[in-house]
Design a protein around this ligand. Structure first.
Ligand code: ADP
Ligand code: MG
Length: 252
């Protein structure tokens, strides 16, 4: 279980995250939503290890994370993706994933890339199948459509066999149909036994996907519960529904 207790992150006078507590169980898919600037990415970066905390406590299966580097967190099973997909553009899709598989093996340095091996080929092919990328295995990562690049980033994160997957706006920049299918994949990963925490600013990527929704406003949790529960929350309705009647009509 991921346990976040009174997480605080200030940048000078900016209280980006200001006392946030929540838990994510294995098998759960939890969404952290809120408008731009709410503190979602900062909250993420604190859990994944890009930023030191101003205050609070983060633990995964009882292991305190806040003193560990991102690489050490990865070894403890905590993997993340970024809001803007990051892949090795000079390599093919398959090579990207093979490299990630080999890098995640304790005995293999990333410089061993020149010897992409049969073991990583098998594991990488399985990851491509899992993320719907098999048909694109030999494509250059550089020329991938953005949706496929987001899937590739997911495959790279999964290569480390994480127990906790942190996804910062996994469907950002995708058109409706592609967004829906990517979010079904995210939901499936949780159902298959991962703890998944993802950020999103649109309500429509949350309905039917997240088991639980955390609503962050100005660095604080304003509401949490099922999609139905938070949809009824007055603060959330003000933020997302405004004068319109359909969820997701609000914020960019
Ligand atoms: P979100 O992901 O919800 O859009 P962010 O976590 O990116 O929000 O940002 C939360 C607040 O913290 C914003 O006011 C943003 O300007 C500020 N912020 C984020 N990162 C930094 C940083 N590295 N340095 C200074 N301020 C930052
Ligand atoms: Mg963000």
């Amino acid at each position: 279980m991921l346990k976040v207790v009174q997480l605080v992150k200030h940048f000078g006078g900016i209280r980006a995250v200001d006392g946030v507590s929540f838990e994510v169980q294995v098998g759960q898919c939890v969404a952290l939503i809120g408008p731009n600037g709410a503190g979602k990415s900062t909250c993420f970066a604190c859990i994944a290890g890009q930023y030191p905390l101003t205050g609070g406590h983060v633990e995964w299966h009882g292991q305190a994370l806040q003193a560990l580097s991102p690489a050490a967190r990865l070894r403890h099973g905590v993997a993340r993706t970024f809001q803007v997909a990051q892949v090795f553009e000079a390599l093919s899709v398959l090579q990207n994933v093979q490299l990630a598989v080999q890098a995640s093996r304790a005995d293999t340095a990333i410089s061993a890339f020149k010897q992409l091996d049969g073991l990583s080929l098998q594991a990488a092919s399985a990851l491509l199948a899992q993320t719907g990328l098999l048909a694109l295995a030999d494509s250059d990562a550089l020329s991938l459509p953005y949706g496929a690049k987001k899937r590739l980033e997911l495959a790279l994160a999964l290569a480390a066999r994480p127990g906790l997957l942190l996804l910062d706006e996994p469907a950002a920049g995708l058109a409706e149909a592609e967004r829906a299918s990517l979010m079904q994949l995210v939901k499936q990963l949780a159902a298959d036994g991962l703890a998944v925490l993802y950020t999103e600013h649109n309500m429509d990527a949350v309905a039917g996907v997240a088991d639980r929704v955390l609503v962050l406003i100005e660095g604080r949790l304003a509401a949490q519960g099922s999609f139905q529960e938070i949809s009824r929350d007055a603060a959330v309705r003000r933020l997302y529904l405004g004068d319109s009647s359909s969820p997701g009509a609000g914020h960019a």
